[in-house]
Design a protein around this ligand. Structure first.
Ligand code: FCB
Length: 440
């Protein structure tokens, strides 16, 4: 079976992880810029100051996408590049960068998916409480309006947030910026503010856009695979997928957005009318997928199952490879929320290097993506609407607390020279795209 003709083969990237130019052209500090300065926060003391220098090399990077036949790029905007203080005066030079990037993508036949927030909070707003301050919903709406006003004559696909569950880690375990360890109640309050900001942004996008738009939020969360495909195990896995984690499970992260309700009553900071703002119609479910676990119907209800991972099925991040989980994640999210799904991130970390022949051979990544695409194909064969698949990531990049050590790119980046070398996986992905998925 080949994939649908209009299937969107994409790559995802993110501003802080690739742009560099951290203090150029009037950009304000982001909380990442500050976080990286503190010794001990990032492996090897790396920072995003230069990263892949995409800010200066975006033309080359878009040309790479074009040469690989990539049809879409979910990229994100650095909020402090556009609004150095988070609100107030616009930095025209920063905004102009995204203007040029969008033009370049469109000219190359690469459809832009613009993510408003991939963890790049203006430091000035962090000083005012960041996600803990309810006013952030207004700040985010203002920022959204600036981008939509400028870019919506060309950009039609908008992603409000990338992975609230992941960047909330910056408030729970200190691993990400801003590096806080807050009590559970305060984390849940911040999550409520993220939901509010999402709702406000969707309203602004729909009211302000110059063309018809499609809006989504890129979600990452728990996936539980049924131990057997018996009806009872499937039901148990579905339940665990939605409700298993205590602090903020998938239901907590998603039900307010798609159903206008929280799974519990005592939500810190919830006010009358909030849920109406949060529940805005969305056009597709953007799913990021990296790992999964197993579960089944036990004697006392749903329970997770410890299944050994076959030797070698770990990535350099120590994340176990469970490609079948992608099928279940697509299925469970579609069943509960009723939207078509686009996989907006999936990929693996490796310790790639150029071989003596000058090429970068990464057979594990090819196998990893291949297996995940088979899961997507299973979903399609069963009639589940899957509209696209985006590899994380185009380039090796600044991998947050892990610095530059582990590499996720289809394209190798030599950070000393900024030379790009498409890896074997890039050439393989190009063939998959050119053949509409048929070699799989
Ligand atoms: C995701 C993030 C992305 C990258 C990958 C490996 O959770 O969205 O920025 O770090 O993981």
């Amino acid at each position: 079976m080949s994939f649908p003709r209009d299937f969107l083969w994409g790559v995802s990237t993110s501003s802080y992880q690739i742009e560099g130019a951290a203090r150029e052209d009037g950009k304000g500090l982001s909380m990442g810029d500050v976080f990286c300065q503190r010794p001990g926060n990032i492996r090897h003391g790396h920072t995003g100051d230069v990263a892949c220098d995409h800010y200066h090399r975006y033309r080359e990077d878009v040309a790479l996408m074009k040469s690989l036949g990539i049809r879409a790029n979910r990229f994100s905007v650095s909020w402090p590049r556009v609004l150095p203080a988070g609100v107030g005066p616009v930095n025209e030079k920063g905004l102009a960068f995204y203007d040029r990037l969008v033009d370049e993508l469109l000219a190359a036949g690469v459809w832009p998916f613009l993510a408003l927030y991939h963890w790049d909070l203006p430091w000035e707003l962090q000083l005012r409480g960041g996600w803990q301050n309810r006013e952030i919903a207004d700040w985010f709406a203002e920022y959204t309006r600036v981008l939509v006003t400028r870019l919506s004559d060309r950009v039609t696909d908008w992603v409000t947030f990338v992975e609230p569950a992941a960047f909330l880690g910056g408030l729970t375990n200190g691993q990400h910026a801003p590096g806080l360890r807050l009590p559970r109640k305060e984390v849940l309050r911040a999550l409520h503010h993220i939901h509010l900001a999402h709702g406000r942004a969707v309203q602004v996008i729909r009211q302000t856009a110059k063309r018809p738009v499609r809006v989504a939020l890129s979600h990452v969360g728990k996936t539980v695979i049924p131990d057997t495909e018996s009806a009872a195990d499937i039901e148990a896995a579905r339940h665990l997928t939605m409700f298993a984690d205590e602090t903020y499970n998938n239901a907590w992260l998603l039900d307010p957005i798609y159903r206008g309700e929280y799974p519990v009553a005592d939500v810190p900071g919830l006010q009358d009318g909030d849920l109406k703002i949060i529940r805005q119609p969305l056009d597709f479910f953007a799913l990021n997928f990296y790992h999964a676990e197993y579960g089944r119907a036990g004697a006392n209800g749903p329970e997770t199952v410890a299944r050994p991972v076959p030797p070698g099925h770990y990535t350099a991040f120590n994340w176990e490879m469970r490609p079948e989980g992608l099928y279940w994640a697509i299925r469970f999210m579609h069943e509960r929320y009723g939207l078509p799904v686009t996989v907006t991130e999936n990929g693996m970390a490796n310790l790639d290097w150029p071989a003596l022949d000058g090429q970068v051979h990464d057979p594990q990544r090819i196998d990893f993506i291949h297996r995940h695409l088979l899961s997507v194909r299973r979903a399609l064969q069963e009639g589940l609407p899957v509209e696209g698949y985006f590899v994380w990531s185009l380039l090796d990049n600044f991998e947050w607390a892990e610095g530059y050590e582990k590499r996720f790119g289809l394209v190798y980046v030599d950070y000393a020279t900024q030379r790009r070398i498409p890896k074997d996986s890039a050439h393989w992905y190009a063939r998959v795209i050119a053949n509409q998925g048929t070699p799989l």
